[in-house]
Design a protein around this ligand. Structure first.
Ligand code: HMG
Length: 445
């Protein structure tokens, strides 16, 4: 069977940086440690005034095509995942293709284009669409470009404001891929939920605390569903476990639940029993309440054990490095967690070829998806050519006042007079509106 998966990855971060503990927290009258220790965030990325989901997506896709020496004829699909779209009919992928046609010879007239929506899980769903298209033999030897691009803004004053971010991840999905091969086995946890939604409005309505519980419940269902087809998961099956990361503190909760699940009825649980007891089993309690109290107590003790902390430091912590510096990129978030893990392996000289990742995606509304990936031989080369650290270091540092102006500049119903804060060079920029209210873009040399 032909291996299908991610062949190449490129990332484009919004060009502005907001320091959360240093700039944001003091203005909000909050303890900086709520950000660094609680949410696990250092900074957010924001788009400059000439950037948006199209420019960030097109810039990431251009880098991907340049690096792999691709022409439009090599690409049979362009799928965009976003929850920041500005048009209910014309998909963002057409704008991105239009941008790319400005700089590449040829066109994408024979490429299928679309836009996927299911909150943050849509990026993973777009990869699935491309995977299925290739597996079905409909790709005519061509690859698919999947772009996950978002400007994740919340209403000012909403608790979610602490977790904002903006950027794009472009991925090439091909046969015989260089980075990871995707497993056919998948697990889903999906239910009609109203934890986070944007009913025809730019900024989300969020029930933040509930959204955390819904994330955990759906992720757990997805893991059980995955195990029903792929067999039980064990700690040493996976080198890293990249999760959707709205903020690293969320993944800390998911990681602990996953650990508890994976060690249940294993020697690890038995070994830990001397230190913290066995996991509570519901049948052993008179009420659900008593059982939940016992679980909370067990989890508190579990997270303090060396066994858990060592596993977390090796399998989860390395997936969070980029997220800490950029915030939530919605559809791109789980894909930067994967890159973060691979980058960690490359930087620490770890051999990863043939090892597996367990990837947990999530979208509010709500759906979690879990699948495994096997790392391929070309991964180190691919990750080594990303140049992400330079992009992150080059970001313009926002003052609080500039942050508010930039937030207003990207607010669809506000007019603001802010000049650009950075100089575009070698990238696509937004230039204004056309006669049918379409957005216009140019490439700046
Ligand atoms: P909040 O009420 O501002 O924060 O909102 P908090 O008071 O809950 O504090 C956050 C954490 O920091 C807590 O940790 C505090 O204890 C800790 P926890 O107890 O949960 O482990 N803390 C401190 N730690 C050390 N020193 C201190 C300190 N102070 C506090 N001084 C909330 C937090 C997540 C609710 C908010 O940011 C929010 O609404 N975010 C948006 C929604 C969200 O991201 N939800 C995540 C799950 S849903 C999801 O992932 C989907 C999403 O990506 C969208 C999509 O799918 O499209 C959002």
């Amino acid at each position: 069977m032909t291996a299908v998966g991610i062949d190449a990855i490129e990332i484009w971060t919004g060009k502005l940086r907001l320091d959360l503990p240093g700039t944001f927290a003091p203005f909000k009258g909050e303890d900086p440690e709520k950000y660094t220790k609680g949410l696990g965030l250092e900074a957010s990325s924001f788009p400059d005034v000439y950037e948006d989901i199209v420019t960030m997506g097109a810039n990431a896709a251009k880098r991907l095509m340049d690096r792999r020496g691709l022409t439009p004829d090599d690409v049979g699909r362009i799928d965009v995942a976003t929850e920041s779209a500005f048009d209910n009919s014309k998909p963002v992928s057409t704008y991105i293709a239009g941008c790319l046609e400005q700089v590449f010879d040829g066109d994408f007239h024979h490429a299928n284009k679309g836009e996927r929506k299911f909150a943050c899980v849509a990026g993973t769903q777009s990869i699935d669409d491309a995977y299925n298209w290739i597996k079905a033999g409909r790709n005519r030897g061509r690859s698919a470009i999947v772009v996950a691009t978002d400007t994740a803004l919340y209403e000012r004053g909403d608790p979610g404001e602490a977790t904002q971010g903006a950027g794009a991840v472009a991925m090439l999905i091909s046969e015989d891929p260089d980075v990871v091969e995707l497993s056919t086995e998948q697990g889903y946890g999906s239910a009609d939920e109203t934890d986070f939604l944007k009913p025809n409005q730019q900024f989300p309505s969020v029930d933040g605390k509930r959204s955390v519980q819904v994330y955990l419940a759906r992720m757990r269902e997805a893991l059980e569903d995955y195990e029903s087809v792929a067999g039980d998961t064990h700690l040493d099956d996976f080198a890293y476990i990249p999760f959707h990361t709205p903020f690293p503190g969320m993944v800390r909760k998911a990681g602990l639940l996953g650990f508890r699940h994976m060690i249940r009825d294993t020697e690890i649980e038995a070994d830990l029993a001397g230190e913290i007891g066995r996991q509570p089993r519901e049948g052993e309690f008179g009420s659900r309440e008593a059982y939940e109290d016992a679980i909370r107590e067990y989890m508190d003790a579990l997270k303090r054990t060396e066994t858990y902390q060592d596993w977390y430091a090796a399998a989860i912590e390395p997936t969070l490095t980029i997220s800490r510096q950029v915030g939530n990129w919605y559809t791109g978030s789980v894909h930067i967690a994967r890159v973060s893990a691979l980058k960690n392996a490359a930087e620490t000289g770890r051999g990863l070829t043939g090892e597996r990742l367990l990837v947990g995606s999530y979208g509010s509304g709500a759906q979690a998806e879990i699948h495994a990936e096997t790392v391929r031989e070309g991964w180190r080369d691919e990750i080594g050519r990303l140049g992400l650290d330079e992009q992150l270091a080059r970001r313009y540092e926002l003052s609080f006042e500039e942050y508010e102006q930039i937030h207003d500049a990207h607010n669809h119903v506000k007019e603001t007079e802010i000049e650009e804060l950075t100089q575009p060079s070698g990238e696509f920029v937004f230039t204004g509106w056309g006669r049918m209210n379409e957005r216009k873009y140019d490439y700046i040399e």
